[in-house]
Design a protein around this ligand. Structure first.
Ligand code: MN
Length: 199
């Protein structure tokens, strides 16, 4: 059968330390993310989902209300996007001129955009995600609960995401979600990647 793959990490497990330690990544990527992929492959084996791309599985499962397949497929996609929303400190670059102009139009400044993203991440009740997205040319911040993903909406393109499930920060920060969020938003976002996605 055609299996959904666990995509490789774009950096070493210790590359985001100290904000996100190698130990956190070893569990988060090696156990949680890998677990969603394994469960998903078990769920889709022998079904009409087998052979679809991961994005197609997410969208189809959302339409059909296939909750278990949706949850595991969306978590697989969201986590790959999360790893590729982060870069080692100092390596994430800056928004391109066109992305910066869109951010300034929407938020007034890059700092205000970062503050809005951090606020959405800190205030998301329970498990979920905070996203920077572009919808019909406008850059926006939103948050989603649990496995929910903006890719179910065809007019929305995600630019960056922050995982605020407790497994993303508890080993390093315990209950201090806001400190984890500030460390990530302040120093680990991959603005080069966001700029490529926006273009
Ligand atoms: Mn996670």
């Amino acid at each position: 059968m055609k299996e959904i793959k666990l995509e490789a990490l774009p950096y070493a497990e210790d590359a985001l330390a100290p904000a996100i330690s190698a130990k956190t990544i070893s569990f988060h990527y090696g156990k949680h993310h890998a677990g969603y992929v394994k469960t998903l492959n078990g769920l889709i084996a022998g079904t009409s989902y087998e052979g679809l791309s991961l994005e197609e599985i997410v969208r189809t499962a959302a339409e059909r209300g296939d909750t278990a397949i949706f949850n595991n497929a969306a978590q697989t996609w969201n986590h790959t996007f999360y790893w590729n929303s982060l870069a080692p400190s100092g390596k994430g670059g800056a928004p391109s001129d066109v992305l910066l102009a869109a951010i300034e139009s929407a938020f007034g400044s890059l700092d205000a955009c970062k503050a809005a993203l951090a606020d959405a991440a800190i205030k998301r009740f329970g498990s979920g995600w905070a996203w920077l997205v572009v919808e019909n040319g406008k850059v926006k911040v939103e948050s989603t609960p649990n496995a929910e993903s903006p890719i179910t909406r065809p007019d929305v393109k995600p630019l960056l995401v922050v995982d605020v499930w407790e497994h993303a920060y508890y080993l390093d920060w315990q209950n201090l979600r806001a400190d984890y969020v500030k460390a990530v938003v302040g120093g680990l976002l991959d603005w080069n990647a966001a700029s490529r996605r926006f273009a």
